[in-house]
Write a protein that binds this ligand. Structure first.
Ligand SMILES: *[C@@H]1O[C@H](CO)[C@@H](O)[C@H](O)[C@H]1NC(C)=O
Ligand SMILES: *[C@@H]1O[C@H](CO)[C@@H](O)[C@H](O)[C@H]1NC(C)=O
Ligand SMILES: *[C@@H]1O[C@H](CO)[C@@H](O)[C@H](O)[C@H]1NC(C)=O
Length: 698
């Protein structure tokens, strides 16, 4: 007989299902084991769908080894060696039924995270061979803790706990044992569980000449029965007995359903513990009730949805204080534990969490998500573009190149004019000659007058000069018209500077990137180095929002629902314009859900209600009404502006005034310069005179 450790097999073939294929047809000597196998087979036949998987978790005493024994029929079996005696007949009978996939796991040092069957187990059979109650409970907790680490863990499966070795002493021993075990399993949200104990009174009954013997007592419990109980009392009730008839046959006493539905539709005011924090517009306005002092939230889409869920199940809501660690949704710490409401759900400290929780149940094994009720968009929000400064209005009408072209045309035409005048006056008679166009300075000044739409004095009479003059007039007329048209609109509304309008631009510009860590925990793609290059610390989202809106040097990647709401409610200037903007590009779409601890018993009930609420369109209606109310509230603080007419103020004509003052300043400087020169000249003249008089005297 060769023995080896179970873990070896599992590690060698990590994702391989250990199918225990037993073909051994030996007759067990012990009647009790044969009866147990009959009983299990009967349970499996009644309560496990064909072709589903049954997991047998074996918590033996001492290190478990697996025996590899080749049988006469040549197929192998792998069993805990110490257990072969008990388990042989059971496996044989289960295997002979040939209906289910069987998997045996002995839990010492087996890494369940590597054991994947990629679908839910239908039944778990937990076996403990210990005899003392404490040891049994410990052993079962260890088994379940281990099983729970698997991604295929299914606390809603049917659980059969076999404790045929445990000592049952005293009148109420069976009930005590079962109560202890139900209490522990409830912490793992396991409800569909029966415990098979050795019958305390193996009363012999002889009916109609036939021998009957009660062999096993089967216990279960009902967390919400009688109505009004909220799973505080975990005492078990004897639901069924297995009766052996003395030979190799046995049957249930009453043929009751061993796994009846245990979660009623009406929970009679049982509390639902909610992990929550204030987060508009989905959850808003944290309040306290007085006497007793309790947290209360009474607005927001998700609060309304929660109220519907609890009203239909007749539960009462118990809101928790925001997470004590100061985080909101939470993320995974390097040591593996989670913060925020995610952490509270993972540690089963509450029954449900909310606050625009993006679906991340594929990432966290310990939680489940209810049917998503909203779809949120993750988008970039950027500071809105600033308007151009008004003093630039005069010059901004044309681009620099156009201004240069205009200047070049002015100089060129002035020279042409001057030259043409010079040439034509050589041949023209003196009476048609107009002295206003002689000399380059006069040409410049005359053309300048035309640009400014002044009348030129004394138009020229000679055809060639006239045609150049006319060409310049037409050119200036066109340019001027365009300039004035644009100038008016620029004076009234100077327009906006460039608006960041794609992720590409954000990443290449020098604005800091605000990506809250909770977003990164859902979208690992954001860990890429292009997003890390210029990242600002956004642990506190509100601080980042303020910085984006008021300081304008940060782009924030966040939820559409929240930011659309906050921008409308908080980040608007005196004219009602938003301080933060978004663009069409959507980073990704996230489904919003309520996370619950894995196995939460109300899941299916809640899912059904959420489905109905969605189909009724209530969520969009709530969202619209919240938007409407917010808009009204925000409108209170905005002064009404008449959008049809704009009265021009000094502010609008800033640029004109600047140029005026610039011109005056220039004049003043020139004037002072002239004065100084003049006084120098005067001095010179005086000195000259004095020296003259001196010389005269001399
Ligand atoms: C079981 O034992 C047989 C021979 O005794 C051997 O051929 C076979 O490889 C063993 N199985 C395992 C899984 O080691
Ligand atoms: C809801 O529960 C209360 C007990 O908390 C009970 O009196 C009431 O009848 C229940 N409502 C419904 C509709 O069942
Ligand atoms: C992980 O670290 C945090 C603090 O950094 C601590 O509070 C928590 O207990 C740690 N968790 C584990 C499982 O070590």
């Amino acid at each position: 007989m060769a023995c080896f450790s179970v873990s070896n097999i599992l590690f060698d073939k990590p994702s391989f299902i250990i199918l225990v294929l037993l073909n051994l047809m030996t007759k067990s000597s012990a009647n009790i084991e044969q009866q147990l196998s009959l009983c299990l087979e009967e349970i499996a036949k009644r309560h496990v769908d064909p072709a589903s998987t049954i997991l047998i978790s074996y918590g033996g005493i001492g290190p478990t080894t697996v025996c590899n024994r080749t049988t006469a029929e040549t197929s192998q079996k792998m069993l805990p060696c110490s257990a072969t005696g008990i388990w042989e007949p059971i496996f044989i009978s289960l295997h002979n039924a040939d209906n289910w996939n069987m998997m045996v796991i002995a839990l010492e040092d087996v890494d369940m995270t590597n054991v994947l069957i990629h679908r839910k187990y239908a039944m778990y059979i937990l076996v403990s061979e210990h005899q003392q109650l404490d040891a049994v409970v410990n052993n079962l907790v260890q088994q379940v803790t281990k099983l729970k680490t698997s991604f295929d863990w299914n606390p809603r499966a049917k659980f059969v706990v076999i404790l045929t070795e445990v000592n049952i002493v005293g009148e109420n021993a069976s009930r005590d044992i079962s109560e202890n075990i139900f209490t522990e399993l409830w912490k793992f949200k396991i409800v569909n569980v029966i415990i098979i104990l050795k019958a305390r009174h193996t009363i012999d009954m002889t009916r109609g000449g036939k021998f009957h013997e009660a062999l096993f007592d089967i216990f279960t419990w009902f967390p919400y029965h009688p109505p009004g109980r909220c799973a505080e009392d975990k005492s078990g009730i004897l639901i069924e007995r297995w009766i052996g008839d003395g030979s190799s046959l046995g049957h249930f006493l009453n043929n009751t359903h061993l796994f009846p539905p245990k979660i009623p539709k009406d929970l009679h005011g049982c509390p639902l513990l909610v992990s929550i924090f204030e987060y508009q517009p989905l959850v808003s306005v944290k309040k306290y009730t007085s006497n007793p002092r309790r947290v209360l939230y009474d607005e927001g889409i998700e609060v309304k949805l929660l109220e519907v869920l609890t009203r239909f199940t007749n539960m009462t809501i118990a809101f928790k204080e925001p997470p004590a660690d100061g985080w909101l949704w939470g993320f995974q710490l390097p040591n593996g534990s989670w913060t925020g409401v995610s952490g509270e759900i993972i540690r089963s400290e509450s029954d449900i969490a909310m606050d625009n929780y993006w679906y991340r149940c594929h990432l966290i094994n310990e939680i489940e998500c209810l049917t998503p009720h909203l779809s949120d968009e993750v988008r970039w929000y950027v500071p809105c573009a600033q308007p151009y400064p008004r003093w630039t209005s005069l010059t901004r009408v044309f681009k620099g190149s156009l201004w240069l072209g205009f200047l070049a045309a002015f100089i060129f035409f002035s020279f042409v004019m001057w030259y043409v005048v010079k040439l034509s006056y050589v041949v023209a008679s003196p009476e048609v000659q107009n002295q206003n166009y002689v000399g380059i300075t006069k040409c410049f000044l005359n053309f300048w007058a035309i640009i400014l739409e002044e009348s030129a004095n004394d138009t020229p009479h000679i055809l060639s000069i006239r045609s150049i003059f006319l060409a310049w007039v037409i050119y200036c007329w066109a340019v001027n018209t365009i300039y004035q048209t644009f100038l008016t609109s620029f004076l009234v509304d100077p327009g906006l500077q460039h608006q960041l309008s794609s992720e590409e631009e954000i990443l290449t510009s020098d604005v800091r990137l605000g990506i809250p860590p909770t977003v990164v925990s859902v979208l690992p793609g954001l860990g890429h180095k292009k997003y890390r290059r210029n990242r600002a610390n956004c642990d506190d989202v509100t601080v980042c929002q303020d910085r984006m809106a008021f300081k304008g040097d940060l782009a924030l990647l966040f939820s559409k629902y929240h930011l659309d709401y906050v921008i409308a409610a908080k980040y608007i200037d005196g004219n009602g314009n938003p301080l933060a903007c978004k663009f069409d590009e959507v980073y990704c779409i996230q489904f919003v859900t309520f996370p619950v601890p894995k196995g939460m018993v109300m899941l299916h009930l809640f899912n059904g209600i959420i489905q109905h609420v969605k189909e009724a369109g209530l969520l969009s209606q709530w969202w619209k009404s919240i938007q409407y109310i917010t808009t009204l509230k925000a409108a209170l603080g905005i002064e009404e502006i008449d959008s049809e007419y704009i009265v021009l103020a000094v502010e609008h004509l800033q640029s004109a005034f600047y140029f005026l003052f610039l011109g005056y300043g220039f004049c003043l400087l020139t004037f002072i310069g002239e004065l100084m020169r003049k006084s120098k000249n005067l001095k010179k003249i005086c000195c000259n005179r004095r020296s003259k008089t001196k010389t005269d005297k001399n």
